[in-house]
Write a protein that binds this ligand. Structure first.
Ligand SMILES: Nc1ncnc2c1ncn2[C@@H]1O[C@H](COP(=O)(O)OP(=O)(O)OP(=O)(O)O)[C@@H](O)[C@H]1O
Ligand SMILES: [Mg+2]
Length: 252
């Protein structure tokens, strides 16, 4: 579904990604691990069109997306969350989630004007209901009307994910969704990821939380110094000597 072919990204003399090739299969939960600075976020930035590649190609199905604008890529159904929980602080939780709908408004540009207003409001109601359902999944059903600026770190991460879900992406890229979370919240993230997959959305998740990632992911790709050093099912990855040396070993 998403295919990286010789993806290379340099920042001056630093190669953040070097000749990376792999495929993300439709419907899968695909985990990505690697030490700090190994190029994981840079890969997300390249896939979503925030950064141009130095060389190589990225395909979404048959469509070459490397070289496209970030907006166009998002409208194809590729969505992400950010490592540092970006929300609009002056909006409420629910308003932030509704921002995720821009995909529909962009895609439906003409029909928004042709449709009578009650149709739009019916759809908004449906989305509101869905948003509340996902907020409930992370025990935030009572937080819909709180200001985003009042949220704690873990809550901001959750709202980012819910915002991405309501846009009904085809692929959702999660960058460290469980960072800074306690065990209970981390488990909620793992459960939510599986729920997202159940909706038919392909999920790519970067995480330092090896336990959560290995439990949720069906396939794992490992990076070190901008290169792909291993890939496979979680069981195999956890026993791969190269991976243990590069990464898991440092976790004890
Ligand atoms: N915009 C940028 N300009 C210059 N260097 C960058 C830029 N973005 C990333 N880098 C460098 O590229 C390398 C890979 O960074 P990246 O953020 O992709 O790592 P990461 O695997 O996501 O790390 P972490 O686990 O800490 O989030 C690092 O050496 C980083 O300093
Ligand atoms: Mg990162």
């Amino acid at each position: 579904m998403l295919k990286m072919e010789g993806v290379t990204k340099s920042f001056g003399g630093l190669q953040a990604l070097h000749d990376v090739s792999f495929t993300i299969n439709e419907g899968q939960i695909h985990g990505i691990i690697g030490p700090n600075g190994s190029g994981k976020t840079t890969l997300f930035n390249c896939i979503t069109g925030i950064l141009p590649l130095t060389s190589g190609n990225i395909y979404f199905g048959e469509t070459k997306i490397s070289g496209m604008s970030a907006d166009r890529i998002a409208n194809l159904g590729i969505r992400r969350t950010f490592q540092a929980g970006k929300l609009v602080p002056s909006l409420t939780v629910l308003e932030n989630v509704m921002c995720g709908l821009s995909r529909f408004t962009a895609a439906d540009g003409v029909d928004v004007f042709l449709r009578p207003p009650f149709v739009k409001s019916a759809r908004e109601k449906a989305v509101r209901k869905e948003a509340l359902k996902f907020l409930a999944a992370v025990e935030m059903e009572d937080s819909a009307d709180r200001w985003a600026s009042d949220l704690v770190w873990a809550e901001r991460q959750f709202v980012q994910i819910v915002r991405a879900i309501v846009s009904r992406p085809r692929i959702l890229l999660l960058d460290e969704p469980a960072s800074g979370m306690a065990a209970k919240e981390t488990k909620m993230v793992g459960d939510l990821i599986k729920q997202i997959q159940g909706m038919g959305i392909t999920v790519v998740v970067v995480s330092h939380d090896i336990k959560m990632l290995m439990e949720a992911a069906e396939w794992v790709t490992v990076f070190n110094f901008g290169e792909k050093i291993a890939e496979g099912v979680p069981d195999k990855i956890q026993r791969d000597p190269l991976v243990l040396e590069a990464y898991l070993g440092t976790e004890g």
